[in-house]
Design a protein around this ligand. Structure first.
Ligand SMILES: NC(=O)C[C@H](N)C(=O)O
Length: 650
């Protein structure tokens, strides 16, 4: 994952056009809460391959704006002298390079003076060669876009060129971007429609005109030093917000009356009807008839069938003519998930494989955040089908209660099942054992990573993800035996991590889905699931991205692939889940069928367990911060804000 940021000063920015409240916490100061070195350090952890910053200066002179890159000699900055006003756009880019064959340093600046910092992956929408770096591709493609500033569709009606909005909406895959289009004097920024990459914003206010964007909230090392200072820092919550998913522009102009540089932030509609449909997340078939429930899994709509037939392999029969067997919904989903895993792991050359000098037999390109539960087992079995058979696969499992944690036990059982279904693959279960009381500094660090999320539940999940993705643990010593006592230290170097996010939201895996079904039947369930999908960026993905990326790793979410989302949404809800059936059967019903198709019969019946409970971090944190599990439950510990209590981790 990369780290990107931008600091804008010297422009009077009007945010009143935004369709949501953009009043960041007001502080009567123009001073940043952190140094630029703090910012760079936080970004570097996300993008360790290269870190660079570039400054763009804009100057107003009689209704004209001139721009130039600051080369460190800023003699030409003459703010307010002779009615000249100067604005600064300070771009930061730290790159975790996973694609291409030549090294890449962000920010990219092209010959036309356009600037780009980008944290994302193009998995579809454009045809990219397997050796092509997607950041470079995007820079070229954006450089060819129309700059008239008034085209709101995918293409400009005047010149026929693609618009910036059009290009961004075409990307299939996760992205967060900051792009300066010099010819139109417009800053573009945004995140993909599901928020699969973090981007935080500090909107300018009347008292604090600075406008900031950053993948992560920086922390100055001194702030970590003492209890009071840590609490102070927690008091800074509210400075950053998750940028609501979307595409924004900020066109810079010179005010006729004052001569100041001014700009309005606008949010743009996605110029892609498929994407708009997905984001609306409307399902056609929500309520089954009793007949539907009887024939469930046998009927497919024409649309689903044609979508599948287009992508599935046709099998010649004995007479040589080509036939397609009619697949059930689970088969279709299985194919789509496999495609999704393939795009995320095997279609594009992994950059480090070419350059980093790691011996090929030691190179592990992909790991899985692994609890041994239904979602991670499906990902593991599919990865086995997509990845070169020579590569080992690391299964990263975190426990705060040694071998007793439920997730550790299911991980071991899962490993045995995977060895059964894929015996020739080398699977490596990485046991990451943690003790919360030893992790004082680390906890403090994760508090800053989850910002602006700020509850104990966020912290527990963030901690578990941060440690798991760090990959620092123990593996069984194959030379001795496969038992608990013969373990050796091991650190996973895989840069790509498959994560099961999005499976519970789309397939009714959460306990609250049962509550909404009880209360509101199928429609109630549908509404709850839609709510989950529409707020996943705010509640989960930004936080998870920041905690995982801090280890210099990139999370990839096969269940949140556009084609997978579309397929699941096109299915009747009763094919996806049936909450009249018991736990472990009707929740995520379709994924359980997928698991069976993959031969994963034990995983197919496992109940859902959230990472904070499965790893037992919630229990440890409850004891530590609330005295006991019981006291924590009484206080609804998960939703308590960290800054509402004097934290004992400080
Ligand atoms: N800019 C980035 O997010 C990294 C780029 N997608 C790469 O793999 O190299």
């Amino acid at each position: 994952m990369c780290g990107i940021a931008l600091i804008v000063s010297g422009i009077r920015i009007d945010t009143s056009w935004l369709p949501f409240d953009s009043t960041s916490s007001t502080r009567k100061t123009e001073k940043l809460l952190f140094s630029l070195d703090d910012l760079k350090a936080a970004l570097r952890r996300r993008g360790p391959d290269s870190v660079c910053a570039k400054k763009l200066l804009l100057q107003s002179e009689e209704n004209l704006i001139s721009s130039f890159t600051d080369d460190g000699v800023s003699s030409s900055e003459r703010d307010n002298a002779d009615g000249i006003h100067t604005a600064k756009l300070h771009f930061f880019g730290a790159t975790l390079q996973l694609r291409g064959i030549n090294p890449l340093v962000q920010p990219l600046v092209d010959a036309s003076g356009n600037f780009l910092v980008y944290n994302g992956e193009i998995f579809g929408g454009f045809d990219l060669e397997s050796n092509c770096n997607d950041t470079e591709f995007l820079m070229r493609t954006l450089g060819e876009c129309c700059s008239c500033g008034s085209c709101s569709a995918g293409h400009c009606v005047e010149c026929g060129k693609s618009s910036v909005v059009g290009v961004l909406c075409t990307i299939k895959g996760p992205w967060a971007i900051i792009y300066w289009q010099d010819s139109s004097r417009t800053l573009w920024f945004g995140r993909d429609g599901f928020g699969r990459r973090s981007l935080l914003v500090h909107w300018p206010t009347e008292d604090d005109s600075t406008f900031l964007l950053s993948s992560v909230s920086p922390v100055s090392p001194v702030q970590l030093a003492t209890e009071d200072e840590t609490l102070n820092r927690i008091g800074c919550f509210g400075y950053w917000e998750e940028l609501p998913c979307g595409i924004y522009s900020l066109h810079v102009d010179v005010s006729k009356s004052s001569g100041y540089l001014v700009a309005q932030v606008k949010m743009h509609e996605y110029a892609n009807s498929m994407l708009t449909e997905l984001i609306k997340w409307d399902r056609i078939s929500v309520e089954p008839s009793s007949e539907d429930l009887k024939t469930c899994s046998h009927k497919l709509s024409k649309g689903q069938l044609s979508m599948h037939l287009a992508s599935s392999e046709s099998v010649p029969n004995e007479t040589g003519s080509v036939q397609s067997s009619i697949p059930g919904p689970a088969h279709i989903l299985l194919d789509a998930l496999k495609e999704s895993v393939l795009r995320r792991t095997s279609l594009y050359t992994v950059y480090q494989a070419v350059t980093s000098g790691i011996r090929q037999e030691e190179f592990v390109p992909v790991a899985i955040l692994f609890s041994g539960g239904l979602d991670s087992m499906i990902l593991a079995a599919l990865l086995d089908k997509c990845l070169d058979p020579n590569y080992e696969i690391d299964l990263l499992n975190v426990s705060f209660d040694g071998h007793l944690a439920p997730d550790r036990q299911s991980a071991k059982a899962g490993l045995s099942e995977l060895r059964r279904v894929a015996p020739s693959r080398k699977w490596r279960l990485v046991e990451i054992d943690a003790d919360l009381s030893d992790l004082v500094f680390e906890t403090s660090h994760v508090v800053s990573l989850i910002n602006p999320a700020n509850t104990y539940m966020d912290l527990n999940i963030g901690m578990a993800l941060w440690l798991a993705s760090g990959g620092n643990g123990w593996v069984s010593d194959a030379n001795i035996s496969d038992n608990d006592h013969a373990r050796i230290k091991y650190k996973s170097n895989a840069k790509i991590l498959l994560v099961g996010s999005g499976a519970d939201e789309q397939c009714a895996g959460y306990g609250r889905h049962r509550t909404s079904y009880r209360r509101g039947s199928w429609l109630g369930l549908h509404e709850e699931m839609r709510l989950d999908m529409q707020r996943i960026w705010r509640r989960n993905l930004g936080r998870d991205d920041r905690c995982i990326a801090d280890n210099g790793k990139e999370a990839r979410f096969p269940f949140l692939d556009e084609d997978v989302i579309r397929l699941l949404l096109n299915m009747p809800l009763w094919e996806v889940a049936n909450l009249d059936q018991p736990i472990g059967v009707g929740d995520k019903k379709i994924l359980r069928e997928v698991a069976k198709l993959l031969g994963l019969y034990e995983a197919a019946v496992l109940p859902k367990r959230a990472i904070q409970f499965g790893s037992r971090i919630a229990r440890e944190s409850n004891r530590k911060n609330f005295g006991s599990n019981r006291a924590a439950n009484q206080a609804s510990a998960g939703s308590v804000r960290i800054n509402n209590r004097k934290s004992s981790f400080c």
